[in-house]
Design a protein around this ligand. Sequence first.
Ligand code: PGA
Length: 259
Amino acid sequence: MGDRKPLISGNWKMHHTHLDAIAVVQKLSYALHDDDYDAVDVSVHPTFVSLRSVQTVILADKLRFVLGAQNCHWEDHGAFTGEVSPSMLAKLEVSYVIVGHSERRELFGETDDMVNKKANAVFGAGMTPILCVGETLDEREAGGAETKVDGQVRAGLAGLTGEQVAAMVIAYEPIWAIGTGRTATADDAQAMCALIRATVADVAGDASSSIRIQYGGSVKPANTAELMAQPDIDGALVGGASLEADDFARIVRYRRVSE
Ligand code: PGA
């Protein structure tokens, strides 16, 4: 389906000081080579306080992975104590911004409307949003996973142009699989990613063949190849297994399954 280059993203959540982040990035740079970057786009998403340090290492060593952020506000500036704006991230050469991660939705009260404003603002500042969607275990067991995810995708894409939708990333992250060691089966993950692509087609037509859809939730070196072999899975959003450079590099090199 199309020629979508996979995107593998390391979401470091609230882990790693800026010194730890520099060390991981340097180790990762030794482990990855040009043929890896030719095959897969790679982004790392440290905390806000580490972005400048990681950006400096990427620039100085001309590294081929790109910088990502985990969140942002939707306004450009103003009286929003504790928030960080999209234009501030763009100035740090951030390429991708995660919006609507389930931890932000569940723990910090982010609504579909806020997440949509963030997605629009990220594009407005010249970056690319990674829009996260996914159902809870209760919703899945009650048979409501599809409805939940379909609604989150429609709400998240509101106001975006077809061109923007084509360029963005959606991460399907079943909440019950995040940080639990429990991964969706490749078949289940594929089914939901296919549903997401169908929803995108309904909302934004042809953009659905270009948009990249990641799977996230306990991705590890051992399960990446099988997930990535699915026709509607174009990448992975990796939490726990991205914290150490060795594991994350093995995930990026999932094509070499024998390693
Ligand atoms: P996990 O987290 O890989 O630790 O399950 C994924 C995520 O929350 O992005």
